[in-house]
Design a binder for this molecule. Structure first.
Ligand code: UD1
Length: 419
């Protein structure tokens, strides 16, 4: 495992371009399985998770090649296999996205219990239940799940929780089902809207994406298409929080401010100057020092505060004098980074779901570990203000979701190197 080495003390200055969104790219890549012709995707980030999805698509028979740095050409026509190899499922939970499209295309899909980021127990019951409503019959084996159907049928589906992945899996399968599907209590994330817009370029009919009720009119045929992925709101938030923590002035290019409700308001409330330059560019200007505050934040499904920004926000709060509270409400145990931050001198008391953060105290470097992708980003941010070097093990985990993070932070003046 490689490491990130961060030597703190530098302010961040300059501009950074935000890449295409990982969490939009992965389901959209999976959806190409259903197309009858090749699909060209623009703005696909060069990430380890994207590489895994490419291998998943290749494992079922698709031809996939990079047309240029962020442009991916997928030819789904040769697809004929329905089993996703266990090692790929173990590497990334999002491999699960191919079950809906494979069912729609081949009438069967076999997956293994998924792996992915270590952020608590993440069941797949909502995916299976949704696909079952569309007519798939699940058969559980030794760590495997085989789903089969004659032909998917539209259905009325009520999700007991607005799961992002389950909403996406159902949307994809439903767009090739016979008849209409209604998903109630659907997830409303911008990545859902992006998937819907992509499906529409293939000829699908999807209404209401971005609201809690999505309607899909199933189509017999989905064609090839060309599409550009939305910018990554979590990456934008991470760079914004890094700037607010380290100090400085950074322009975020290719960032859609509306996609991160909650974050900008919270940052302004704490004293960061957050300026929306236009529809795609934002400026983050950190104050010379933060006034004491008492911040209370809880995560929630969109439009609530994104759980994927919670660890980075915790690192930022270490800079703000006062006693702060973070409550994680999306995942059962996603506060493990508190323990790693404590190794750096952070004063945090945390259980599985709630953390009390005593901000405004100095940090020192330490040997720490990225427990998951966003927790790793939080450690990098904390490293930017630590008084001695921080060595973060688990570089590969951070690279699952951030393309060239070290190089891009260096471009802003940070001292971040890789081993
Ligand atoms: C997606 C994102 C991830 C983000 C999360 C929440 C991708 C590739 N990943 O993950 O970065 O942190 O949304 O915004 O888009 N759950 C069940 N049963 C299920 C599915 C989920 O109980 O079948 C639970 C999970 O355990 C969790 C909650 O629902 O507690 C949210 O999970 P979900 O919205 O499904 O997240 P993902 O789609 O896995």
């Amino acid at each position: 495992m490689g490491e990130f080495v961060v030597r703190g003390g530098n302010r961040l200055e300059g501009a950074v371009r935000i890449n295409g969104a990982k969490n939009a790219a992965l389901p959209i890549m999976a959806a190409t399985i259903m197309a009858h012709d090749p699909v060209l995707l623009h703005g696909i980030p060069r990430l380890r998770d994207v590489d895994v999805m490419i291998r998943v698509l290749q494992s079922v028979g698709a031809t996939v090649q990079w047309a240029s740095n962020h442009d991916l050409l997928i030819d789904p026509r040769p697809i004929q296999h329905y089993v996703v190899p266990s090692e790929l499922m173990q590497e990334m939970r999002a491999s699960l996205f191919v079950t809906g499209p494979l069912l729609a295309r081949l009438g069967q899909a076999q997956v293994f219990q998924p792996g992915g980021c270590n952020i608590g127990d993440r069941p797949i019951d909502l995916h299976v239940e949704g696909l079952r409503h569309l007519g798939a019959v699940p058969l559980e084996g030794d760590g495997t799940l085989l789903l089969q159907c004659q032909k998917l049928q539209g259905a009325d589906i009520h999700l007991s929780y607005p799961s992002v992945g389950a909403t996406e899996n159902i949307m994809m399968a439903a767009s090739r089902a016979i008849g209409d599907t209604r998903i109630r209590n659907a997830a409303m994330e911008p990545e859902i809207v992006d998937l819907a817009q992509f499906l529409e370029t293939m000829g699908a009919v999807v209404r209401g994406a971005g609201t809690s009720e999505i309607r899909i009119v199933g189509q017999e045929h989905l064609c090839g298409s060309e599409y550009t992925i939305i910018p990554d709101r979590i990456e934008a938030g991470t760079f914004a929080l890094a700037t607010a923590t380290a100090g400085g002035h950074v322009l975020l290019k290719n960032c859609l401010p509306d996609h991160v409700p909650g974050l900008w308001g919270r940052m302004r409330e704490i004293g960061v100057d957050v300026r929306e330059i236009d529809a795609e560019n934002m400026e983050i200007i950190a104050p010379e020092r933060y006034r004491p505050a008492s911040i209370s934040l809880h995560t929630n499904p969109y439009p609530g505060f994104a759980t994927d920004l919670q660890p980075q926000f915790m690192a930022f709060l270490l800079k703000v004098p006062g006693v702060h509270l973070i409550s994680e409400r999306v995942f059962e145990s996603r506060l493990g980074h508190a323990r790693e931050l404590r190794r750096m001198g952070a004063q945090i008391v945390a259980d599985q779901r709630v953390a009390m953060i005593y901000g405004g105290h100095s940090l020192h470097g330490a040997q720490v570990r990225a427990l998951d992708l966003r927790a790793g980003a939080a450690l990098v941010i904390a490293g930017l203000i630590a008084e001695t070097p921080t060595v973060i093990a688990g570089r590969e985990i951070i690279e699952r979701g951030y393309e060239n993070l070290a190089t891009r932070l260096q471009g802003l003046g940070a001292d971040v190197t890789l081993t």
